[in-house]
Design a protein around this ligand. Structure first.
Ligand code: GDP
Ligand code: CO
Length: 420
């Protein structure tokens, strides 16, 4: 891959946000090939070998709920063979057991390709028991005693499984992507971010090239959807309040396509539902922004949390049957978590209330509802969590409990943040 180095970078405490990077070539050959265009001041050539080295330490998570199996098989075909695939499914089991059909299809896929695939159901009793045992009960629905529904909750399950499988990086791709080539590209770009990163705490987020739409019989390549525009603007406003400089650096507020180092994935607090992606930024600012009330360890200030935003080349096309209501839901979810953050300044809160009023998402004087938050996963005792999953069909793909000592220790990067 040949990729532009970031043109600008904004800093918020220990968090570095790099501007969007463009990909000039998807494939820039082997390490050994020396040519006149190797590296320059503005472009970095990343070889196959460097990408491969990261990919074999990566788990790629596919969260899904009732997607068509054919579509998901396309997504799987785009994931490099040496990545561990983790499918977190919340598909219905009654009246037809769709999950059973999925499991069968993915097992067949695995037999034909030799790809390692963990298939887990979000409502699996053993997974619920593992979280209960670990004292992570917030994730359980009090009525059913099982893990709550929602994409975020599926992602959290998968993150724990990736940790137990000993993977160093974790990436997410949606199951409803029509282009396997785009999926492959995302994974390569996740890896590229980690090749470029100098920190243990890094995240790569994909800025979509475009979303093709049919407008009056012709194909139109839209750059920004309404939700992204709105979420990015709000996150940038928050950043500007603290730096004193207006900025447009954040372009990936809603990036479902993103990847993290396991060390960072274990530090973050997560929010439920569709706010999980924008909340990454908020929580990074809360935890690592160095605001009054928090103490950043000196080492971390030197090491930084790095956020890369990479503009993909393939158009992004996913299932768009989900309608306008869904868009409003996503917009509101982002606004809620910004509004309720202890670091959200009064001025921005006012703007948010006005906006929600305009969009008829809530009345102007009412506070928006808050959502559920999940504490950082490093707190979970790995052995206790793992033991309960011993009988599950995917258990052989996890690092055996007896070898847990070989898993890197991950504790808190920072003391808990108090309100500023
Ligand atoms: P959009 O692409 O942001 O409009 O949202 P989608 O509805 O396509 O959801 C993104 C991904 O999350 C898709 O792969 C869905 O199948 C998946 N997803 C949605 N809800 C759930 C859920 O409750 N659990 C899991 N595990 N995945 C879900
Ligand atoms: Co989708």
């Amino acid at each position: 891959m040949r990729i532009a180095i970031p043109q600008d970078t904004e800093r918020f405490g220990a968090v570095l946000i790099h501007g969007v990077q463009h990909v000039w070539e998807l494939d820039a050959s082997l390490k050994q090939r020396k040519d006149a265009y190797d590296d320059s001041n503005v472009i970095r050539r990343i070889s196959y070998e460097e990408l491969h080295d990261i990919e074999q330490q990566m788990a790629v998570v596919v969260p899904m709920r009732g997607e068509r199996i054919k579509l998901v098989e396309g997504v799987l075909s785009g994931i490099p063979n040496n990545c561990l695939v983790i499918i977190a499914s919340n598909s219905p089991r009654h009246p037809v057991d769709r999950f059973a059909l999925e499991r069968e299809a993915f097992a067949r896929f695995s037999r034909f390709t030799g790809k390692k695939i963990i298939v887990a159901h979000q409502q699996d009793k053993a997974i619920a028991a593992a979280f209960r045992q670990a004292g992570y009960e917030n994730i359980l629905d009090p009525e059913t005693g099982l893990v709550r529904s929602g994409k975020a909750e599926g992602m959290i399950i998968a993150t724990m499984l990736a940790r137990l499988a000993g993977r160093k990086y974790i990436g997410f791709v949606d199951a409803d992507n029509y282009f396997p080539g785009a999926v492959l590209e995302y994974v390569r770009e996740y890896a590229a971010g980690f090749v470029l990163s100098k920190s243990r705490y890094a995240m790569t987020r994909i800025a979509w090239h475009s979303k093709p739409k049919i407008v009056e019989d012709t194909l139109f390549f839209a750059k920004w959807g309404r939700t992204s525009r709105n979420t990015n603007h709000l996150l940038n406003s928050l950043l500007a309040e603290y730096t004193g400089f207006e900025t447009e650096i954040i372009k990936t507020g809603n990036a479902g396509e993103h990847a993290l180092t396991m060390e960072l994935a274990m530090q973050l607090r997560y929010s439920a539902g569709y706010s999980i992606e924008p909340y990454h930024f908020i929580n990074l600012f809360e935890q690592f922004g160095g605001l009054p009330g928090s103490t950043l360890r000196k080492k971390l200030i030197q090491e930084h949390v790095e956020i890369f935003q990479i503009a993909s080349r393939n158009p992004h096309m996913h299932d768009t049957d989900k309608g306008d209501e869904h868009i409003d839901e996503m917009t509101l979810a982002a606004m809620q978590v910004i509004y309720h953050s202890p670091i959200c300044p009064q001025k921005l809160k006012k703007e948010l209330l006005e906006k929600m009023g305009e969009m008829k998402l809530s009345s102007e004087n009412n506070e928006p509802d808050d959502t559920i938050y999940y504490p950082p996963l490093w707190q979970i005792d790995l052995a206790a969590f793992h033991n309960i999953l011993a009988e599950r069909p995917f258990a052989p793909l996890l690092v055996p409990t007896a070898k847990h000592r070989s898993l890197p220790k991950i504790g808190p990067a920072l003391p808990e943040v108090r309100n500023p």
